[in-house]
Ligand binder design. Structure first.
Ligand SMILES: Cc1cc2nc3c(=O)[nH]c(=O)nc-3n(C[C@H](O)[C@H](O)[C@H](O)COP(=O)(O)OP(=O)(O)OC[C@H]3O[C@@H](n4cnc5c(N)ncnc54)[C@H](O)[C@@H]3O)c2cc1C
Length: 551
């Protein structure tokens, strides 16, 4: 039976319980130094819980977050601990085994992003053979196209930051945050990353982060699991059409190296992400129902990381605290309500860089990432406003692809304004808020370069109005946010899909086309790596259940 104990003279008055095996579990608030040194931590835990000196022989952290609201900055930990003779519980990661599906029935998955890859892993668990179709190249080949995009301003429409093995997830920031409340699913999604090479700290941290440098190897390892289990992953192969008969999928038209062929199939998981505009157009041209969907649009704002650290860690002995092991580069999360519209920060990348994420020549798109150490001197974040029907209609766009066309028009205008290369239009944050052009720009991490452009004149009026007021509000919340050395870079336009592909709530199939399973971010069912991955699993289970049901 669990015994409840209270620390009598506790530094921070924390509660802990002891289970029938003698293992203590509870919370402690400790210094950053104590959090990373097991000996110091053991002593701090004993002291916090009012235990005798040396009562504990082991301590392990099961949850970790930073409380930087006040001085001093403290680490809030949930720990398990035990004394002499109390064994440390075994590693809780399940022993995941993916069975051999070489001779099983097949299902086509289009897109190898987080949604497609997790759908493939789940199909294997369900005894179904996944055939993953990916328009882009494998992780290694893809890297060359990213270099050409950055250095030579060349956009390969099949291989870029959004397309290729692992989808937009491979060269993403790797923040693994989701608002999903399905704890079990979330834990499993994280475990699948750990068994494929992600650091196990992601199972402990309240705000887990992998980092762009570590993601490609994890993605490769997931592909190897799929192939070793008898599944297939076909690169440089593009879905160009869905073949139907009597409102049922009967095949997929695939194009590879200029050759087009039709493969028969009854089920296809469509996980092509939010940037595959040709897929949305193909669906509309084929009479398959899709709907325009509100999406987020705005800019990336970049500050010196030292500014964010100083504010968030209260300027207190910042240089001492900024040891990567003890305290990470600081982040922020800002929200404001402006004239009934939300303005919010999105995908904040401490110690990161702004990346060129266009998928078609003739447009500029920005996003952000950071390495696992988060050690660049810059902190960037998306700052976005919701674009809804009223906005795109007022701009003259209508129909199921109206939001997508509005999004494309903004991206093309930014490309033209900055000189028709991958250079991005940018402005000093101070000038943007004051409504005056910038004569020069501060240093910026965006490698293709930035061109001074008055974003007040370039971006949609509603977006400019909301952002300017929002930034003034943010300056109240994060003192000094409107910083002399901060830069605004445009546009941040691919945070969410501008199209929804409808699906039945129970079967997850398209309501008008049996066998078509919209999945992940592209269909409007996810926003980020983890939610896309979890949606992939959910759809795969639905497909497998249908296959197992006798007709
Ligand atoms: C720079 C950057 C940083 C990011 N940082 C984060 C982060 O820190 N945390 C987070 O949660 N999210 C982040 N994201 C967003 C995240 O990557 C996406 O939410 C996620 O990848 C969506 O997963 P998905 O599988 O639904 O689609 P995608 O990842 O977009 O994958 C779709 C795949 O489909 C393929 N495809 C498209 N059309 C076809 C076709 N016709 N035939 C065959 N294949 C096709 C594409 O090549 C692509 O591989 C970031 C994104 C970027 C670009």
């Amino acid at each position: 039976m669990a015994v409840r104990m209270y620390a009598p003279k506790n530094r921070y008055l924390r509660i802990m319980v002891q289970n029938e095996h003698g293992v203590f579990k509870g919370q402690v608030r400790v210094t950053p130094d104590e959090a990373v040194d097991m000996n110091l931590l053991r002593v701090a835990v004993e002291e916090s819980w009012g235990l005798q000196d040396d009562a504990l022989v082991w301590v392990r952290v099961v949850r970790r977050s930073i409380d930087a609201r006040k001085i001093p900055v403290v680490m809030q930990l949930t720990v398990e601990a035990g004394g002499e003779g109390v064994p440390e519980p075994a590693n809780e990661i399940e022993d995941w085994v993916w069975q051999d599906v070489s001779n099983s029935p097949e299902v086509f998955i289009i897109g190898s992003g987080p949604a497609g890859l997790y759908a493939a892993l789940e199909l294997i668990m369900q005894g179904v053979k996944p055939i993953v179709i990916e328009r882009g190249k494998d992780v290694r080949e893809r890297r060359r196209d990213l270099a050409a995009l950055t250095k030579d301003h060349l956009v390969n429409p099949d291989s870029n930051y959004c397309f290729g093995e692992g989808g937009a997830g491979t060269y993403s920031d790797g923040k693994l945050y989701t608002r999903s409340k399905k704890r079990g699913h979330l834990k499993e999604a994280l475990e699948w990353l750990v068994v494929h090479g992600a650091p196990d700290s992601i199972l402990v941290d309240a705000h887990p982060h992998i980092g762009t440098n570590k993601l490609p190897a994890i993605i490769t390892s997931i592909r190897e699991t799929i192939e070793n289990s008898g599944g297939k992953v076909l690169f440089n192969t593009k879905l160009t059409n869905i073949v139907t008969e009597n409102n049922q999928v009967v095949g997929v038209e695939l194009e590879s190296g200029g050759v087009t062929e039709i493969q028969s199939c009854e089920s296809v998981i469509l996980a092509t992400g939010h940037s595959a505009r040709d897929i949305f157009e193909m669906l509309v041209n084929s009479g398959i129902k899709v709907e325009a969907k509100p999406f987020a649009l705005g800019v990336r704002v970049e500050h010196p990381q030292s500014f964010v650290d100083t504010v968030q860690y209260h300027g207190e002995s910042r240089m001492n605290l900024l040891d990567e092991e003890r305290l990470p580069a600081a982040a922020y999360n800002l929200v404001a309500q402006i004239d009934g519209r939300g303005v919010h920060s999105f995908c904040m990348c401490p110690g990161g860089i702004i990346a060129p994420c266009s998928t078609t020549p003739g447009e500029v798109v920005t996003n952000g990432w950071s390495p696992s150490k988060r050690n660049s001197p810059f902190a960037n974040s998306g700052m976005v406003v919701t674009i809804d029907e009223a906005v795109w209609e007022a701009a003259g766009f209508s129909g199921p692809l109206a939001a997508m066309q509005y999004q494309a028009a903004v991206e093309q205008a930014c490309w033209e304004a900055a000189g028709s290369t991958q250079a991005a239009p940018a402005q000093r944050l101070t000038d943007f808020v004051e409504g005056r052009p910038s004569r020069d720009l501060p240093e910026c991490s965006y490698l293709p370069g930035v061109t001074p452009v008055d974003l007040n004149m370039l971006l949609p009026k509603m977006v400019v109005r909301s952002l300017r007021k929002g930034f003034i509000e943010f300056d109240r919340k994060l003192r000094g946010f409107i910083h002399e050395d901060a830069i605004v870079v445009a546009p941040e336009s691919r945070t969410s899909s501008p199209v929804r592909i409808p699906r039945d709530k129970i079967t997850l199939e398209h309501p008008e086309l049996k066998g078509l399973y919209p999945c992940g971010e592209g269909g409007g069912y996810a926003g980020g790596i983890l939610s896309a991955a979890m949606d992939g699993r959910k759809v795969a289970i639905s497909v497998a259940e249908k296959m197992a049901t006798p007709i």
